[in-house]
Design a protein around this ligand. Structure first.
Ligand code: ADP
Ligand code: ASP
Ligand code: MG
Length: 411
């Protein structure tokens, strides 16, 4: 008998019909003798709908109140799933994050889980019930409702699996595993049987939303066996594994991630003196804006151009701060660009192979795609390009790194 945590995403609980299908699936596992804790997201579209409502009141709603509201999406689905289970004869009980006591810090809309009280859940399991827990939410020390950031139900699932010392955490979604790249963009993308935590962490942080990055972090830290599976189709899914050895035989690149959520800011003609990077990025960071990629060009007239990217949500804020800095420093001008995208290739195989980056640049050059910024780490290379070329770039790289499924095998 195993203890399994199963997380079902928004589309998998997107209608009453689907919730009943999820209940039937959970029942199968339980009939098999397993103890089951289920984590669910809000019905698909619901979190967006709630955020839109708040935005009708204020462009920047008060974060505490936003959390009170968006956490209701998951409260609806836990109750519906518990009802559906009970209807088919499976004893079940639902809990919100704060009822379990998923304790988080107080960073509203992007809170981190600090501790989970597993006592009550263990008690319910012992009494023979399936426990249905609301994803994406917790409670801080003072009793305020918090949420964990978009896609945060994945993290609830993995964190619960860690706290309960579950045998496996299964992330059920609308694709049958982790693919070489988003299968909705590249029809020839292939499902991976396995991917290492390290690679999955990069993929998630570089834009593959199939798993929230914090879920992968948690799984790696607490060695939670983690698998991504299709909610309604049978199949082995993708195992996220610690084991790098076996992936040595795999291609150099395991996957391609991309991200349309960034914006680029350039401050031109800044006097090139020591401390210039700090003078620019200090105030940006004080404004709570996180910077991703950075490039500084050395010019010939003792001035420099400094370019960096931020999350698109932070663009207007960053632009305003940068315009202030430009005035103070006597810079020539500030240029903003939201029509950019970041494409990254990821693979532990890069450690043992040279020339991966140049192969990437060659593939993009062949398609006449201009590279605006580059950043590399041990197992990834990222480039910023014009957004309109994003899909072309991803497809070209997928082919160049021999990731395309053989004819007839793709979706
Ligand atoms: P859920 O609501 O179940 O959490 P998400 O929409 O958050 O589902 O994540 C699943 C989606 O992630 C897929 O529909 C797919 O379009 C996207 N995706 C992006 N990159 C990948 C990838 N490398 N492999 C699989 N899916 C990916
Ligand atoms: N409902 C939340 C969201 O849409 C959390 C999740 O689905 O994981 O971001
Ligand atoms: Mg998700």
């Amino acid at each position: 008998m195993a203890l399994i945590v199963q997380k079902f995403g928004g589309t998998s609980v997107g209608s009453v019909d689907r919730i009943e299908q999820v209940a039937a699936k959970v029942k199968k596992f339980r009939d098999n003798g397993d103890d089951i804790v289920v984590v669910v997201s809000a019905m698909s579209g619901e979190t967006n709908r709630l955020i839109d409502l708040a935005k009708q009141i204020s462009e920047q709603p008060v974060a505490r109140e936003l959390d009170v509201m968006v956490s209701t999406g998951e409260q609806v689905t836990i109750a519906l799933l518990a009802m559906a289970l009970i209807k088919i004869g499976v004893p079940a009980v639902s809990y919100t994050g704060s009822q379990v006591r998923i304790l988080t810090d107080s960073a509203h809309t992007k809170a981190r889980i600090l501790q989970i009280d597993s006592q009550q859940i263990h008690k319910e399991l012992k009494a023979g019930r399936v426990v249905v827990v609301a994803g994406f939410q917790g409670v801080d020390e003072a009793g305020n409702i918090t949420t964990l950031g978009r896609g945060g139900s994945d993290t609830t699932g993995v964190a619960l699996a860690a706290a309960l010392k579950a045998d496996e955490c299964q992330i059920y979604t609308d694709v049958d595993g982790v693919y070489t790249t988003d299968p909705r963009v590249v029809a020839k993308a292939q499902r991976l049987d396995k991917i290492t935590f390290e690679e999955m962490l990069e993929m998630a942080s570089l834009g593959s939303k199939v798993l929230q990055i914090r879920a992968v972090e948690f799984a790696g830290k607490y060695s939670v066996p983690l698998r991504v599976l299709h909610s309604f189709q049978e199949g082995p899914g993708t195992l996220i594994t610690l084991d790098e050895e076996e992936s040595m035989e795999q291609p150099i690149i395991s996957g391609i991630a991309f991200n349309r959520d960034e914006a680029k800011l350039t401050i031109r003609g800044v006097p090139d003196t020591p401390g210039v990077a700090f003078k620019i990025l200090g105030p940006i960071s004080s404004a709570n804006v996180e910077v991703d990629m950075i490039v500084q060009n050395v010019a010939h007239d003792n001035t420099t151009d400094f370019t960096f990217t931020v999350h698109r949500n932070d663009y207007h804020n960053a632009l305003q701060v940068l315009e202030g800095i430009a005035r103070d420093m006597g810079a020539r001008e500030v240029i903003g660009d939201v029509d950019i995208a970041k494409v990254s290739i990821v693979g532990v195989g890069m450690r043992s192979h040279a020339g991966v980056a140049s192969r990437m640049f060659e593939a993009l050059a062949k398609e006449n795609i201009n590279i605006q910024m580059i950043s590399t780490s041990e197992i990834k290379v990222s480039v910023v390009i014009e957004e309109k070329y994003l899909e072309l770039a991803v497809r070209a790289l997928h082919t160049a790194f021999e990731l395309d499924a053989p004819a007839g095998k793709g979706e």
